[in-house]
Structures are given as C-alpha cells and as structure tokens.
Design a protein around this ligand. Structure first.
Ligand code: ADP
Length: 376
C-alpha cells in the first residue's frame, strides 16, 4: 500500500511517501523554517537529493510545494496512493487509536486545540490543505498522545485538586508517542533473541527521545507506563529551548520581576530556556553546546551538565516505575548521534543491574504510514 504521510509542525513540514509492504520511503522531504528568510526545502528520492530555498509562509504553501515536487518526480501518479497519514499532536482522552478523519473528527481535533494551542493548529492546516489537494482520498490521524492511553491513573493525575481534572482536563497526556512507540517496538524485536521466553512479555524498556524536544518514556511489554512530558510538552527534562520541569511558583514570581504576563513567562520557558537559556543564548543546538563545552566555555559546560543530570535522574526514576530495566534506547538528533552524551548518562546509571543499550533511529513517518495502512 502507498501511504503519503504529512507531519506538520509549527515551523516545518515533513513528508514521506511510504510503501508499507517494504517499509521503504519512495520520497522524503522537509520544508524547514517556514515563514523565515532561511526557509529551505530538501528532498530525497532514491539516491537523488535536492535542496531549494523557496519563499514559504504557511503550512498550506509548504504542502503545495511538497506535493508539486512529489508529483514532478513521476514516481507514481496520485491514483496509486491509497491514503494519507497525518500526525496530530493532541488527541486528548478521546483518541487512543489512529482514526479516519471525518468532518466530526476534524471538529474534535479543532476543539482539542484549546489543550494544544501551539501544536494542533498546524496539523489542522495540513489536514485541510490535503483535503483540497487530494479530494476523495481517506486521511488518517495518528496521535502523538495515543501511546499513553494505558498510563495508570496515579501516574497521569497530578497531585492537585481532583476537580481540575474533571472540569478542565488537567492531567499528564504525554507527547512524542509515535516516536517512543516506534523505537520501543524495534527494541522489543531486538530483545526477543536475548531474553528468556518467560521474560519476553514484560520487557522493561526506557526510551529517550533526545532531539530539539526531549522526552523519556518507560514501557512495560510495549505499553507506555510513564512519560516525562505532561499536560504540555514543557514538562520533563531540559530541551533545546524548553526548561523542562521547574517549580511552578517561578511563573508568577518571574511575571512580577520581568513585568510580563504569566503567558509570556511560559513562552520564555518554551523558547528561551533549556540549552539556549543556560548557555546565555549561545545555542539550542547540542553540537554547538558540546563543541563550546570542550573549549572550556563555562556557560556551555553548565548547560550540558544540567541536561545530563536531569536526563540521568529521569531514567533512574523510571527504573523504579519498571522495577528494573532490560533496555535503554536512545533516539532523535542527540540520541542517535551524541555518543559523549550516552557515555555521560550511562556513567550515572552504573549502579543499576546490567541492561542493553540501543541506538535506534526514529521514523515517525514510517510508523504513521504503517498504522494508517493497518486501519485502511
Ligand atoms: P527535532 O526534534 O526537531 O526533530 P532532531 O531530532 O533533529 O530535532 O534533533 C535536533 C538536536 O539533535 C539538536 O540539538 C542537534 O544539535 C542534535 N544533533 C543532530 N546531529 C547531531 C550530532 N551529529 N551530534 C550531536 N548532536 C546532534
């Protein structure tokens, strides 16, 4: 089956045309830095790669250039595509499985934007643009939150007045679920040959998605039982520009000190904190932070140390949730490449019993394609 996958973020649009039988991508592209001067379109078709610098101001425009480039490659005509898979960040409590996008479902995804004001709107724009461009083709929403449907209630509830959950949906939802589920399934396959049969049902895996956004998920037998991101993707470990967990009393304190609103403080915690914030604005990119840290730049060293400290502590906490650990998985930009970070994190876990460590490249688009094909 040929599934066309779109993954629309706040400033990028990723696309893959996947042959779900072979699991191969026949076409891969990204429109990066949408709305900025430096906007770039990159694509990969077989061994051919191409990079352009188009002016793209919106997801709709990015969808247009992506599909134009796709069909100009003459890989397959539109008629060969069976369906479209769309990543949707927030499915709330309602969507715990991939789901065919009907007008009713789209309305619900729009309603869920109140929980994910930064994340669902670009997904919605992508869905609406595809509806116009691919009239009649079924579209499937695959949710980033759905992997967390089995979190225990004592894990997803915050220790706050219970009415806040009932009236306002205050709970941990978890994010990056498509990536965590994908790499966890890959790790499970690898563990099959390693663990005894009796242990295979309840394999204890901790997956670390360390990219621009970072999150850690604990899975038991392929089901998520805890995760570091929460009501929003701001909770958890430090990231490129996000603080991760901090004392919530800092929000009104900083609002007063900086003479800004609480919303603005949260914006600063999302966009000016993490590696970027601690390094004094040096960079949100781990490569730069690491290079500068090795050159004895104190601010870069501190940003790196805080990142390693919180990441190691989060992993250690999840060994208590799982009552042990069989495999630790690293994925995404930092997770797949930064061997120095693996080493520093693992040195903080040396007291634990032996476990396997895997570096598994994530492929959210492939996972979306396979889940969409299954539903279709
Ligand atoms: P996104 O979450 O936007 O998909 P990525 O998964 O591409 O982001 O991760 C981006 C992060 O990965 C950046 O911090 C970047 O510095 C880091 N990264 C990418 N390549 C390397 C590398 N070779 N070594 C270390 N870090 C890397």
């Amino acid at each position: 089956m040929l599934i066309l996958v779109f993954n629309a973020g706040s400033s990028s649009l990723k696309c893959q045309l996947v042959d779900t039988k072979s699991g191969k991508a026949l076409f891969k592209s990204i429109v990066d830095r949408i709305g900025k001067k430096e906007c770039e379109f990159r694509m990969e078709v077989g061994k051919k790669t191409l990079s352009l610098h188009p002016k793209v101001k919106s997801i709709t425009e990015a969808m247009k250039i992506t599909t134009e480039m796709l069909f100009s490659q003459k890989i397959f005509g539109k008629e060969k595509i069976t369906g479209i898979g769309q990543r949707v960040v927030h499915g709330g409590e309602k969507y715990t499985e991939p789901c065919l996008i009907t007008p009713k479902v789209l309305k619900e995804i729009v309603r869920l934007s109140s929980l994910a004001p930064l994340h669902n709107p670009p997904n919605i724009e992508g869905i609406q643009a595809a509806q116009k461009m691919f009239k009649g083709l079924p579209q499937i929403a695959v949710f980033d939150t759905q992997y967390y449907k089995d979190l225990p209630i004592e894990t997803y509830l915050y220790p706050v007045p219970i009415e806040w959950y009932k009236h306002f949906g205050v709970r941990k939802y978890g994010f990056h679920g498509i990536s965590h589920e994908y790499v966890t399934q890959q790790a499970l396959k690898k563990m099959k040959g390693i663990l005894s049969f009796s242990k295979q049902k309840n394999v204890k895996i901790i997956s670390c998605h360390l990219g621009n956004g970072c999150s850690i998920t604990a899975s038991l037998g392929g089901k998520a039982v805890d995760t570091s991101m929460g009501f929003t993707p701001l909770e958890g470990i430090p990231m490129g520009t996000r603080s991760g967990s901090i004392d919530p009393a800092l929000v009104p304190y900083l609002a007063k000190k900086l003479k800004v609103t609480a919303e603005k403080v949260v914006d600063l915690l999302n966009k000016e904190s993490g590696l970027k914030g601690v390094s004094g604005g040096l960079s949100s990119d781990m490569r730069t932070i690491h290079i500068e840290a090795t050159k004895m730049n104190a601010a870069a060293q501190l940003a790196y140390m805080i990142f390693i400290d919180r990441t190691a502590k989060q992993i250690a906490a999840y060994t208590s949730v799982l009552r042990g650990l069989d495999a630790l998985v690293f994925t995404a930009g930092i997770g797949e490449n930064a061997t120095y970070a693996h080493k520093d994190i693992l040195s903080r876990l040396a007291h634990l019993n032996k476990f396997k460590t895997f570096i598994i490249p994530t492929n959210e688009e492939l996972h979306i394609a396979q889940l969409s094909a299954k539903l279709l």
